[in-house]
Design a protein around this ligand. Structure first.
Ligand code: SAM
Length: 239
């Protein structure tokens, strides 16, 4: 079984998700924005890519979707499975690599959702091709990332201002904040054009972008997210 750095921080990450996004059933702005992009998922087959401890998988399952959560961290998957045992929603969890999705059949999902995990995946093009393969024709791919124009190597808040240092420096970097996810596990930075052109090259047409303004509650500790977008959400579709 493949491991990744999240195995070392699984309990910490689980605590962080639960405190930031609230208890199951909580209506956070971010999840509402996500479902605004996916639309009604009742009765759909959904893959939650890089599902972590399963917060989004559970959310979609409660909305009537048949959900398969995929992740490469066996410890986060164990937390997700424990939650599924305690409160069954019918979510299936699979240990697989988003760059290949070799355990998932082609054309088997109406939608793929991915929250915060794209920056953890080294080979973006392989990931996009795998997503395209498992989608049915007309299926959507929605992902949510920290905004690549404002979050990258050296970027930081200075008072209420966001400073961007090295936007074009694509590759692995680690935030200087030891208490944040990106300080602990690092991230693969890409430009906005790399993210969007890669989708199109994989056969996924771009449909909608959302840059939330002043979103709560996850940003409560940040200076002013009504001036600079911290997140970017993207909807694309298999043509
Ligand atoms: C920031 S967490 C996001 C987890 C979850 N989606 C959430 O919203 O809380 C990133 C996740 O991506 C997973 N991951 C990293 N690389 C992966 C890969 N190549 N294939 C599948 N999952 C991967 C990590 O194990 C981790 O659970």
């Amino acid at each position: 079984m493949t491991t990744n750095p999240y195995d070392d921080i699984a309990e910490w990450y689980d605590d962080r998700v639960r405190s930031a996004w609230g208890h199951p059933g909580d209506e956070s702005d971010l999840l509402a924005m996500l479902t605004g992009l996916t639309g009604d998922v009742d009765g759909l087959d959904i893959c939650d890519l890089g599902c972590g401890q399963g917060i989004v998988s559970r959310r979609f399952a409660r909305m009537g979707a048949r959900v398969v959560g995929v992740d490469i961290s066996s410890r986060l998957l164990a937390i997700a499975a424990r939650e599924e045992s305690a409160n069954p929603l019918g979510v299936e969890y699979v240990n697989d690599d988003a760059q290949s999705l070799s355990r998932l059949s082609g054309g088997s999902f109406d939608g793929v959702v991915c929250t915060w995990s794209m920056a953890d995946i080294e080979d973006l093009d392989s990931c996009y091709r795998s997503v395209e393969r498992i989608l049915r024709p007309g299926g959507w791919f929605v992902f949510l990332i920290t905004h690549p124009c404002f979050q990258g190597p050296g970027s930081r808040w200075v008072g209420a201002e966001r400073v961007v240092v090295d936007y074009f420096a694509e590759g692995f970097w680690r935030s200087e904040n030891p208490d944040g996810v990106r300080g602990k596990v690092g991230a693969h930075h890409r430009t906005l054009s790399t993210y969007l052109n890669g989708l199109v090259e994989a056969g996924l047409s771009l449909e909608r972008l959302v840059e939330p303004c002043g979103i709560a509650p996850i940003n409560a500790s940040l200076p002013d997210t009504s001036k600079v977008p911290v997140f970017l959400a993207v909807r694309s579709r298999k043509t």
